[in-house]
Design a protein around this ligand. Structure first.
Ligand code: FES
Length: 240
């Protein structure tokens, strides 16, 4: 009688099924999750990006206004392992099918406003003097020498329009003389410095930016992630 009531599945069988189930679950779950998170891991953890690393033209620095930021639209080419169009013939060494897209970004460019009094995070930001537009731009708009280009660059803020909180596009409000993020109310000054709201820092700055002889500004898709992340190298915002 006791023989008939015994459970046909032993304790070691039960544990074996559990281990097998866990292995099968991992095999089915990890690859898709890794695929979905791959761009995030590359961008935010490894500091890499699928965006083309070349220079992109922004526009003429002579167009940057005197006392308010100017916005320029730019396009970065990007190769993504999503999409339907195979370009294996263009990237034969790639084991994946890639498609070339274009990412459209807005770049905010302004003349630096010297800081009169340094503010502290959360205390309303820095007190700023009037922005300084280089005098050379009153004489010419192209044909700049090396030293003139260096002077222009030393006075330029070249900022991403992706908010440093969660990446929403920021807008300039001339009456308040502030950038405002419409998502959660983040505020920044004309230099991109933090003024208030949830962002943990000021706006992302382009670390690779240069003015050339033709008077135009060029950038690469690399940003300063702030002092606490600087040792990790170039970073990208949450939204490219
Ligand atoms: Fe800009 Fe939240 S995304 S304040």
């Amino acid at each position: 009688m006791a023989e008939l009531q015994r459970d046909p599945i032993t304790r070691s069988d039960f544990l074996g099924f559990g281990v097998l189930g866990a292995i099968m679950g991992a095999i089915l779950t990890i690859p898709p999750v890794a695929f979905v998170l791959s761009p995030v891991i590359k961008t935010n953890i490894l500091g890499q990006s699928d965006v083309d690393p070349g220079w992109v033209e922004v526009g003429s620095v002579a167009e940057v206004k005197e006392n308010e930021p100017s916005v320029f639209q730019i396009e970065f080419p990007i190769d993504q392992a999503y999409g339907t169009k195979h370009i294996q013939e263009e990237v034969p060494e790639s084991p994946r099918s890639l498609e070339r897209f274009t990412i459209r970004n807005a770049v905010w460019v302004s003349w630096k406003a010297p800081i009169k009094t340094q503010g502290r995070q959360g205390s309303g930001g820095d007190e700023l003097a009037a922005a300084e537009r280089p005098a050379i731009l009153d004489q010419k708009t192209e044909g700049f020498t090396q030293s003139e280009r260096e002077e222009i660059m030393s006075k330029l803020n070249v900022l991403s329009n992706s908010c440093a909180h969660l990446g929403c596009p920021v807008r300039w409000f001339p009456d308040q003389k502030l950038f405002l993020c419409p998502c959660h109310g983040g505020l920044y000054d004309i230099n991109g410095g933090y003024v208030g709201g949830p962002p943990p820092r000021g706006m992302y700055r382009y670390t690779q930016a240069e003015v050339r002889e033709d008077g135009k500004l060029y950038v690469k898709h690399e940003y300063d992630a702030g002092p606490e992340h600087r040792e990790k190298g170039p970073q990208e915002p949450y939204v490219v």
